[in-house]
Design a protein around this ligand. Structure first.
Ligand code: 5GP
Length: 179
C-alpha cells in the first residue's frame, strides 16, 4: 500500500471484477445499439478505459472536462465547461461515465446541459457513489460501489493531482491534507 494512505477501500481485484460486471450489464441493456460514452475528465479517464473494454455493444468515446469551483475536497455546484464534446449527441444513446458522485451537484449541472442537446437516451454510470452525501437526487442507472463519506484517491481519483495512478482506491492519511 502507498505510504500516504491510511487504508484501502477497494482492491485492484475488486475494482476489476466490478467493472467487468458493469460492462456486462451495459452490454445486455444496449445490445447492438451503439452507445456514446462520455467520460468526465480527469477522474473518469482510467475507469472509462477499463469499462470500454468490457462492453460488447458498439461504442464511441468522447470527453468533457468541467471545473467545479470550491476547495480541493468539496464541490460548490458552480460548474464551468472547460472542454466540450467533439460529437453531436442529438438522437444518440449517451452514457455519462463518472468516477464518483458525491453531492451530485456537478452531475446535475452536466445532465441539464446534455439533456438540452436532445440525446435519444441519457444515463449515468458511476464507479463510486457516496449515498449519504447526496444534496441533489441523481438517478444513476449503473453504480460500481457505494462508498462511505470519506475522501478517496486512486484509480483516477486525485488529491492535488496525485495518486491517480494507484491501481486500488483508498483513504489518505490525515497528515497529508494538513501538509
Ligand atoms: P459532486 O459535485 O458530486 O460533489 O462531486 C463530483 C466531483 O468531485 C467528482 O467528479 C470528483 O472529481 C470530486 N470528488 C468528490 N468526492 C471525491 C473523493 O472522495 N475523492 C476525490 N479524489 N474526488 C472527489
Amino acid at each position: 500500500m502507498h505510504p500516504d494512505l491510511d487504508h484501502i477501500v477497494l482492491t485492484e481485484d475488486e475494482i476489476k471484477r466490478r467493472v467487468a460486471e458493469l460492462g456486462e450489464q451495459v452490454s445486455r441493456d444496449y445490445g447492438e445499439e451503439s452507445i456514446l460514452l462520455i467520460a468526465v475528465l480527469r477522474g473518469a479517464a482510467l475507469f472509462v478505459a477499463d469499462l470500454a473494454r468490457e462492453i460488447t455493444s458498439p461504442i464511441e468515446i468522447d470527453f468533457m472536462a468541467v471545473s467545479s469551483y470550491g476547495s480541493s475536497t468539496e464541490s460548490s455546484g458552480v460548474v464551468r465547461i472547460i472542454k466540450d464534446l467533439e460529437e453531436l449527441i442529438e438522437g444518440r444513446n449517451v452514457l455519462v461515465v463518472e468516477d464518483i458522485i458525491d453531492t451530485g451537484l456537478t452531475l446535475k449541472y452536466l445532465l441539464k446541459n446534455l439533456a438540452s442537446r436532445k440525446p435519444k437516451t441519457l444515463e449515468i454510470v458511476s464507479l463510486l457513489y457516496k449515498k449519504d452525501k447526496q444534496r441533489v437526487p441523481i438517478s444513476c442507472k449503473y453504480v460500481g460501489f457505494d462508498v462511505p463519506d470519506e475522501f478517496v484517491v486512486g484509480y483516477g481519483l486525485d488529491y492535488a493531482e496525485r495518486y491517480r495512478n494507484l491501481p486500488y482506491i483508498g483513504v489518505l492519511r490525515r497528515e497529508i491534507y494538513a501538509e
